[in-house]
Design a protein around this ligand. Structure first.
Ligand SMILES: Cc1ncc(COP(=O)(O)O)c(C=O)c1O
Length: 368
């Protein structure tokens, strides 16, 4: 039996009976753009993120792009971000005309606050930490740097809904928190979706206008906007799935715990959860120098895996204009050769978990 890295079909099978009537109900009302379901979603999100406002958008990438615009980042500015993220944290910086300035990461794969401080110049207009894998970055020192230099933080919280750091919610540390509800995320739509959160009323108000062509009212536009509204069907699906978010996170955390306790820790490097963290395990990443061989071995045994991410952003062809060479960010580059993401999703059974651990420990024994 195959154990897929993600299992969206299993999710659909489990939810279909309850979800289809909700979608049918939404469609029957004939209100297809913005409206009640979106308001409900935004209200639900403010409760989870413990922020004053939320704005539903069509992707995490648009949340980042609008967020950068709304904190005033523009052509010629610099934004500090890690080079080991999904491409779109950097894409959003490039698309507002700013220069991505990379800062290397810690062993835990998140941005290193000391490296951030080293990269600050007069042109730095934002710091964009990425809470990779569902683990919030070291936000205390990052907030200190933000205050010291008066540079706003925009969080790429795409992978970290519900995660906490010293009991504070992911997305609530900076001026803007940006989330994705892409199908592969812990809170997932059946298509593209995302949202931003903020405590700043001006940002909230402008985000609502910018997502809707820049329309201040039916006919007036002060600034050209975008078409970044969340789809109403996705909002209905997300409102339904929000009710299950706690149990999804609980199951993912239990799966992670099983791995922490049972994987061969002499062979595999794992990032343990610190006492002040509450990680939601969007992904579970293991590190081994034998990564490529392990992937092949697991594939032969019908276990799906992934690499997040095999090519660091500074070495992507699209980043060539920034002029980086191999070796520019040693920790990121070292990790990119060793990281492997193993299945962690909420539909894994105990026998799935045992099989994965058994095979990985067998591999470790034969390759030590
Ligand atoms: C770290 C990170 N940033 C940004 C994004 C972009 O989100 P989206 O795919 O919803 O545009 C994603 C997810 O895809 C992500 O994982």
């Amino acid at each position: 039996m195959k154990i897929p890295y993600v299992d969206l079909q299993a999710q659909w099978r489990a939810e279909k009976k309850e979800l289809l009537p909700r979608i049918s109900n939404i469609l029957s009302k004939g209100q297809y753009v913005i409206g009640q379901e979106i308001d409900k979603f935004e209200n639900n999100i403010t409760k989870i993120s413990k922020t004053k406002y939320a704005v539903a958008l069509n992707s995490g990438t648009d949340a980042l792009t609008l967020g950068l615009k709304l904190i005033g980042v523009k052509k010629g500015d610099e934004v500090i971000t890690p080079p080991n993220s999904f491409i779109s944290s950097t894409t959003s910086i490039a698309h507002v005309g700013a220069k991505p300035v990379f800062a290397d990461v810690l062993k835990d794969q998140n941005i290193d606050p000391r490296q951030i401080e080293k990269k600050i110049t007069k042109k730095t207009k934002a710091i964009m930490p990425v809470h990779l894998t569902g683990r919030v970055c070291e936000m205390n020192p990052i907030q200190k740097i933000s205050k010291k230099y008066n540079i706003p933080i925009i969080e790429d919280a795409a992978q970290s809904i519900g995660s906490r750091y010293f009991n504070k919610q992911s997305g609530s540390f900076g001026e803007v928190g940006c989330f994705s509800a892409h199908p592969l995320k812990n809170l997932n739509a059946c298509g593209d979706a995302g949202f931003l959160v903020t405590n700043n009323f001006e940002i909230y108000k402008k985000a609502r206008i910018l997502r809707n062509h820049g329309l201040e009212n039916r006919n007036k536009v002060n600034h050209f906007g975008f078409i970044s509204r969340m789809d109403i069907i996705q909002a209905a699906i997300l409102n339904f799935r929000l009710k299950k978010l706690n149990s999804t996170v609980k199951k993912r955390r239990a799966n992670a715990d099983f791995y922490f306790k049972n994987l061969d820790r002499k062979f595999y490097f794992l990032n343990d959860e610190k006492e002040y963290q509450f990680n939601t395990y969007h992904t579970f990443v293991v590190q081994t120098p034998k990564r490529d061989k392990l992937i092949e071995f697991l594939k032969k045994n019908n276990i799906g895996t992934a690499i997040h991410y095999p090519i660091p952003i500074h070495l992507q062809p699209a980043s060539k204009y920034l002029g980086f060479k191999k070796g520019a960010f040693p920790e990121t580059e070292k990790q990119s050769k060793k990281i492997i993401t193993i299945p962690i999703h909420q539909n894994l059974s105990m026998s799935n978990l045992k099989k994965i651990v058994h095979l990985m420990n067998k591999f470790a024994k034969n390759n030590s």
